[in-house]
Design a protein around this ligand. Structure first.
Ligand SMILES: [Zn+2]
Length: 318
Protein backbone atom coordinates (compact mmCIF):
# COMPACT_ATOMS: atom_id res chain seq x y z
CA UNK A 1 0.00 0.00 0.00
CA UNK A 2 1.22 3.51 -0.79
CA UNK A 3 -0.18 6.65 0.77
CA UNK A 4 -2.13 9.19 -1.27
CA UNK A 5 0.79 11.60 -1.58
CA UNK A 6 3.09 8.91 -2.97
CA UNK A 7 0.36 7.66 -5.31
CA UNK A 8 -0.12 11.19 -6.66
CA UNK A 9 3.63 11.60 -7.14
CA UNK A 10 3.85 8.34 -9.06
CA UNK A 11 0.85 9.31 -11.18
CA UNK A 12 2.38 12.70 -12.02
CA UNK A 13 5.59 11.07 -13.22
CA UNK A 14 3.55 9.26 -15.82
CA UNK A 15 3.47 10.23 -19.45
CA UNK A 16 -0.06 11.62 -19.06
CA UNK A 17 -0.63 12.99 -15.56
CA UNK A 18 -4.38 13.41 -15.96
CA UNK A 19 -7.44 11.40 -16.92
CA UNK A 20 -9.13 10.84 -20.25
CA UNK A 21 -12.73 9.78 -20.65
CA UNK A 22 -13.39 7.50 -23.60
CA UNK A 23 -15.48 4.56 -24.79
CA UNK A 24 -15.12 2.24 -27.75
CA UNK A 25 -18.88 2.66 -28.17
CA UNK A 26 -18.23 6.22 -29.37
CA UNK A 27 -16.94 5.17 -32.77
CA UNK A 28 -19.24 2.21 -33.31
CA UNK A 29 -22.12 4.38 -34.47
CA UNK A 30 -22.88 3.69 -38.13
CA UNK A 31 -23.17 7.03 -39.91
CA UNK A 32 -22.65 5.83 -43.49
CA UNK A 33 -20.68 8.41 -45.46
CA UNK A 34 -21.68 11.26 -43.14
CA UNK A 35 -19.14 14.08 -42.82
CA UNK A 36 -18.89 13.59 -39.02
CA UNK A 37 -15.59 11.68 -38.54
CA UNK A 38 -16.76 9.23 -35.89
CA UNK A 39 -13.54 7.20 -36.20
CA UNK A 40 -11.49 10.10 -34.84
CA UNK A 41 -12.29 8.93 -31.31
CA UNK A 42 -10.69 5.53 -31.92
CA UNK A 43 -7.66 7.02 -33.69
CA UNK A 44 -7.00 9.44 -30.81
CA UNK A 45 -7.36 6.62 -28.27
CA UNK A 46 -4.92 4.42 -30.22
CA UNK A 47 -2.44 7.25 -30.63
CA UNK A 48 -2.58 8.07 -26.91
CA UNK A 49 -1.87 4.43 -26.02
CA UNK A 50 1.00 4.49 -28.53
CA UNK A 51 2.33 7.66 -26.90
CA UNK A 52 2.50 6.05 -23.46
CA UNK A 53 -0.95 6.52 -21.94
CA UNK A 54 -1.88 3.63 -19.63
CA UNK A 55 -5.23 1.86 -19.60
CA UNK A 56 -5.92 3.32 -16.17
CA UNK A 57 -5.53 6.83 -17.57
CA UNK A 58 -8.92 6.19 -19.19
CA UNK A 59 -12.25 6.42 -17.42
CA UNK A 60 -15.47 5.07 -18.93
CA UNK A 61 -18.39 7.39 -19.52
CA UNK A 62 -21.54 6.51 -17.59
CA UNK A 63 -24.91 6.92 -19.29
CA UNK A 64 -26.45 10.20 -18.25
CA UNK A 65 -29.78 9.92 -16.39
CA UNK A 66 -32.98 11.70 -17.40
CA UNK A 67 -32.81 13.64 -14.15
CA UNK A 68 -29.35 14.97 -15.04
CA UNK A 69 -30.42 15.86 -18.60
CA UNK A 70 -33.41 17.74 -17.28
CA UNK A 71 -31.12 20.14 -15.45
CA UNK A 72 -30.90 21.69 -18.93
CA UNK A 73 -33.20 19.92 -21.37
CA UNK A 74 -36.99 19.84 -21.30
CA UNK A 75 -38.62 16.60 -20.13
CA UNK A 76 -40.56 16.53 -23.40
CA UNK A 77 -37.40 16.66 -25.52
CA UNK A 78 -35.59 14.01 -23.43
CA UNK A 79 -38.62 11.72 -23.79
CA UNK A 80 -38.70 12.32 -27.52
CA UNK A 81 -35.05 11.25 -27.90
CA UNK A 82 -35.54 8.21 -25.63
CA UNK A 83 -38.55 7.04 -27.66
CA UNK A 84 -37.05 7.94 -31.04
CA UNK A 85 -40.22 9.79 -32.04
CA UNK A 86 -38.61 12.59 -34.00
CA UNK A 87 -40.38 14.19 -36.93
CA UNK A 88 -38.77 14.42 -40.36
CA UNK A 89 -38.09 18.12 -39.86
CA UNK A 90 -36.49 17.50 -36.45
CA UNK A 91 -34.22 14.90 -38.02
CA UNK A 92 -33.31 17.34 -40.80
CA UNK A 93 -32.38 19.99 -38.22
CA UNK A 94 -30.31 17.44 -36.34
CA UNK A 95 -28.52 16.50 -39.59
CA UNK A 96 -27.69 12.98 -38.40
CA UNK A 97 -29.58 9.76 -39.01
CA UNK A 98 -31.50 8.33 -36.06
CA UNK A 99 -30.32 4.98 -34.65
CA UNK A 100 -30.28 3.30 -31.26
CA UNK A 101 -26.43 3.40 -31.24
CA UNK A 102 -26.56 7.09 -32.11
CA UNK A 103 -28.91 7.72 -29.21
CA UNK A 104 -26.64 5.79 -26.85
CA UNK A 105 -23.71 7.85 -28.16
CA UNK A 106 -25.59 11.04 -27.23
CA UNK A 107 -26.46 9.82 -23.72
CA UNK A 108 -22.93 8.51 -23.15
CA UNK A 109 -21.28 11.73 -24.33
CA UNK A 110 -23.15 13.74 -21.71
CA UNK A 111 -22.20 11.19 -19.04
CA UNK A 112 -18.64 11.41 -20.38
CA UNK A 113 -18.41 15.17 -20.01
CA UNK A 114 -19.87 14.92 -16.49
CA UNK A 115 -17.25 12.28 -15.60
CA UNK A 116 -14.50 14.46 -17.11
CA UNK A 117 -15.70 17.46 -15.14
CA UNK A 118 -15.61 15.51 -11.87
CA UNK A 119 -12.04 14.40 -12.66
CA UNK A 120 -11.02 17.97 -13.52
CA UNK A 121 -12.41 19.27 -10.23
CA UNK A 122 -10.63 16.49 -8.33
CA UNK A 123 -7.29 16.65 -10.14
CA UNK A 124 -7.06 20.01 -11.95
CA UNK A 125 -7.51 18.95 -15.58
CA UNK A 126 -9.16 16.16 -17.57
CA UNK A 127 -9.87 15.49 -21.23
CA UNK A 128 -12.98 13.99 -22.79
CA UNK A 129 -12.18 12.17 -26.02
CA UNK A 130 -15.68 13.21 -27.07
CA UNK A 131 -18.16 15.93 -26.10
CA UNK A 132 -18.58 19.53 -27.20
CA UNK A 133 -22.09 19.26 -28.70
CA UNK A 134 -22.73 22.97 -28.46
CA UNK A 135 -25.58 23.31 -31.00
CA UNK A 136 -28.05 21.48 -28.76
CA UNK A 137 -30.70 23.71 -27.18
CA UNK A 138 -32.88 22.99 -24.14
CA UNK A 139 -35.77 21.76 -26.28
CA UNK A 140 -34.22 20.61 -29.55
CA UNK A 141 -31.07 19.35 -31.20
CA UNK A 142 -29.25 20.84 -34.17
CA UNK A 143 -26.16 20.41 -36.34
CA UNK A 144 -25.08 16.88 -35.19
CA UNK A 145 -25.77 17.79 -31.54
CA UNK A 146 -28.50 15.96 -29.58
CA UNK A 147 -27.73 17.05 -26.00
CA UNK A 148 -25.57 19.90 -24.73
CA UNK A 149 -23.07 17.89 -22.67
CA UNK A 150 -21.13 20.90 -21.37
CA UNK A 151 -24.29 22.70 -20.22
CA UNK A 152 -25.54 19.61 -18.37
CA UNK A 153 -22.15 19.04 -16.68
CA UNK A 154 -21.96 22.70 -15.65
CA UNK A 155 -25.47 22.65 -14.16
CA UNK A 156 -24.83 19.37 -12.38
CA UNK A 157 -21.68 20.68 -10.69
CA UNK A 158 -23.53 23.81 -9.65
CA UNK A 159 -26.48 21.88 -8.27
CA UNK A 160 -24.12 19.66 -6.29
CA UNK A 161 -22.48 22.76 -4.83
CA UNK A 162 -19.09 21.92 -6.34
CA UNK A 163 -18.90 25.25 -8.21
CA UNK A 164 -20.55 28.65 -8.09
CA UNK A 165 -19.63 29.90 -11.55
CA UNK A 166 -18.05 28.51 -14.68
CA UNK A 167 -16.76 29.74 -18.01
CA UNK A 168 -17.24 28.08 -21.39
CA UNK A 169 -14.46 28.86 -23.87
CA UNK A 170 -15.76 27.74 -27.24
CA UNK A 171 -13.14 27.74 -30.00
CA UNK A 172 -15.00 25.50 -32.43
CA UNK A 173 -15.32 27.29 -35.79
CA UNK A 174 -19.13 27.31 -35.44
CA UNK A 175 -20.75 29.62 -32.92
CA UNK A 176 -21.97 27.87 -29.77
CA UNK A 177 -25.62 28.83 -30.32
CA UNK A 178 -27.16 26.20 -28.04
CA UNK A 179 -24.83 27.01 -25.15
CA UNK A 180 -25.37 30.78 -25.56
CA UNK A 181 -29.13 30.32 -25.55
CA UNK A 182 -29.19 27.93 -22.57
CA UNK A 183 -27.16 30.28 -20.36
CA UNK A 184 -28.67 33.53 -21.58
CA UNK A 185 -29.34 35.78 -18.57
CA UNK A 186 -27.64 33.35 -16.14
CA UNK A 187 -24.76 35.13 -14.48
CA UNK A 188 -23.22 31.93 -13.07
CA UNK A 189 -22.08 30.95 -16.55
CA UNK A 190 -19.87 33.04 -18.83
CA UNK A 191 -20.09 31.87 -22.45
CA UNK A 192 -17.27 32.90 -24.77
CA UNK A 193 -17.31 31.91 -28.43
CA UNK A 194 -14.80 32.77 -31.17
CA UNK A 195 -16.14 31.65 -34.51
CA UNK A 196 -16.65 32.26 -38.21
CA UNK A 197 -19.53 34.65 -38.93
CA UNK A 198 -20.32 33.57 -42.51
CA UNK A 199 -21.13 30.01 -41.48
CA UNK A 200 -23.77 27.88 -39.72
CA UNK A 201 -25.61 28.69 -37.47
CA UNK A 202 -27.35 31.44 -39.44
CA UNK A 203 -28.87 32.85 -36.25
CA UNK A 204 -26.24 33.34 -33.55
CA UNK A 205 -27.83 34.09 -30.17
CA UNK A 206 -25.56 36.33 -28.11
CA UNK A 207 -23.39 34.71 -25.50
CA UNK A 208 -21.53 36.64 -22.78
CA UNK A 209 -18.83 37.48 -25.32
CA UNK A 210 -18.88 36.62 -29.01
CA UNK A 211 -15.88 37.22 -31.26
CA UNK A 212 -16.91 36.96 -34.90
CA UNK A 213 -14.30 36.45 -37.61
CA UNK A 214 -14.68 36.00 -41.34
CA UNK A 215 -13.64 33.47 -44.01
CA UNK A 216 -9.92 33.50 -44.62
CA UNK A 217 -9.00 35.58 -41.55
CA UNK A 218 -6.18 33.17 -40.66
CA UNK A 219 -3.78 32.79 -37.72
CA UNK A 220 -2.83 36.42 -37.04
CA UNK A 221 -6.32 37.91 -36.77
CA UNK A 222 -7.57 34.90 -34.81
CA UNK A 223 -4.73 34.83 -32.32
CA UNK A 224 -4.67 38.56 -31.69
CA UNK A 225 -8.46 38.50 -31.06
CA UNK A 226 -8.00 35.62 -28.64
CA UNK A 227 -5.13 37.36 -26.83
CA UNK A 228 -7.39 40.37 -26.26
CA UNK A 229 -9.66 38.10 -24.23
CA UNK A 230 -7.28 35.76 -22.39
CA UNK A 231 -6.17 35.75 -19.65
CA UNK A 232 -8.21 38.94 -19.08
CA UNK A 233 -11.60 37.17 -18.97
CA UNK A 234 -10.34 34.53 -16.55
CA UNK A 235 -9.06 37.24 -14.23
CA UNK A 236 -12.20 39.36 -14.45
CA UNK A 237 -14.80 36.60 -14.15
CA UNK A 238 -12.83 34.30 -11.83
CA UNK A 239 -14.59 31.05 -12.72
CA UNK A 240 -14.37 27.99 -10.46
CA UNK A 241 -14.16 25.83 -13.57
CA UNK A 242 -13.42 26.26 -17.29
CA UNK A 243 -14.80 24.18 -20.14
CA UNK A 244 -12.68 24.38 -23.29
CA UNK A 245 -14.26 23.30 -26.58
CA UNK A 246 -11.13 22.66 -28.60
CA UNK A 247 -12.76 22.26 -32.02
CA UNK A 248 -10.39 21.28 -34.81
CA UNK A 249 -12.55 22.90 -37.49
CA UNK A 250 -10.97 26.39 -37.69
CA UNK A 251 -8.25 24.48 -39.59
CA UNK A 252 -7.22 25.60 -43.09
CA UNK A 253 -8.02 22.21 -44.62
CA UNK A 254 -11.41 21.79 -42.98
CA UNK A 255 -14.38 20.83 -45.16
CA UNK A 256 -16.86 23.01 -43.25
CA UNK A 257 -14.90 25.90 -41.78
CA UNK A 258 -12.94 28.55 -43.68
CA UNK A 259 -11.06 30.49 -40.97
CA UNK A 260 -7.84 29.03 -42.40
CA UNK A 261 -5.85 28.49 -39.25
CA UNK A 262 -2.66 26.47 -39.62
CA UNK A 263 -1.85 23.59 -37.29
CA UNK A 264 0.75 25.83 -35.63
CA UNK A 265 -1.89 28.55 -35.20
CA UNK A 266 -4.28 26.08 -33.58
CA UNK A 267 -1.53 24.98 -31.21
CA UNK A 268 -0.93 28.62 -30.29
CA UNK A 269 -4.67 28.95 -29.64
CA UNK A 270 -4.45 25.99 -27.24
CA UNK A 271 -1.46 27.61 -25.51
CA UNK A 272 -3.47 30.77 -24.91
CA UNK A 273 -6.60 29.05 -23.58
CA UNK A 274 -4.98 26.17 -21.67
CA UNK A 275 -1.73 27.84 -20.66
CA UNK A 276 -3.35 30.87 -19.06
CA UNK A 277 -5.98 28.72 -17.28
CA UNK A 278 -3.27 26.46 -15.84
CA UNK A 279 -1.14 29.42 -14.81
CA UNK A 280 -4.11 30.78 -12.84
CA UNK A 281 -4.81 27.35 -11.33
CA UNK A 282 -8.29 27.09 -12.87
CA UNK A 283 -9.70 23.55 -13.13
CA UNK A 284 -10.03 22.78 -16.82
CA UNK A 285 -12.28 20.39 -18.75
CA UNK A 286 -11.24 19.84 -22.36
CA UNK A 287 -13.77 18.45 -24.85
CA UNK A 288 -13.07 17.85 -28.53
CA UNK A 289 -16.10 19.33 -30.36
CA UNK A 290 -15.89 19.49 -34.20
CA UNK A 291 -13.23 18.79 -36.81
CA UNK A 292 -13.87 17.87 -40.45
CA UNK A 293 -10.51 18.02 -42.22
CA UNK A 294 -10.32 16.40 -45.64
CA UNK A 295 -7.74 14.06 -44.12
CA UNK A 296 -8.95 12.45 -40.88
CA UNK A 297 -5.36 12.25 -39.63
CA UNK A 298 -5.14 16.06 -39.64
CA UNK A 299 -8.15 16.27 -37.32
CA UNK A 300 -6.60 13.62 -35.09
CA UNK A 301 -3.25 15.48 -35.01
CA UNK A 302 -4.93 18.78 -34.08
CA UNK A 303 -6.76 17.14 -31.15
CA UNK A 304 -3.56 15.38 -30.04
CA UNK A 305 -1.69 18.68 -30.19
CA UNK A 306 -4.28 20.14 -27.79
CA UNK A 307 -3.63 17.23 -25.42
CA UNK A 308 0.14 17.75 -25.72
CA UNK A 309 -0.26 21.41 -24.75
CA UNK A 310 -2.40 20.35 -21.76
CA UNK A 311 0.26 17.83 -20.78
CA UNK A 312 3.01 20.44 -20.81
CA UNK A 313 1.16 23.09 -18.82
CA UNK A 314 -0.29 20.60 -16.37
CA UNK A 315 3.20 19.34 -15.50
CA UNK A 316 4.40 22.87 -15.03
CA UNK A 317 1.65 24.19 -12.82
CA UNK A 318 0.15 21.24 -10.90
ZN1 LIG B 1 -17.88 22.99 -35.47
Amino acid sequence: MVDLKTALRIFRRRKFPFKFVYSDSYWMVELGNHIFPIKKYLRIYEKLLGAGAKKDNFLSPPLVTDEELQLVHSAKYVKKIRSGKLSQSELLTLEIPYSSEGTEFAFMNVGGTIRTTEAALDEGLAVHIGGGFHHAFADHGEGFCVFNDVAVALEKMRHEGRIDRAMVVDCDVHQGNGTADIFSGKDYAFTFSIHQMDLYPAHKPSGSLDVGLWSGDGDDKYLSALRESFPRLYQEYQPDLVFYLAGADPYEKDQLGALKLSQAGLKERDEIVIGTACRLGLPLVIVLAGGYAWDLEDTVTIHLNTIAVAQRYFRKYY
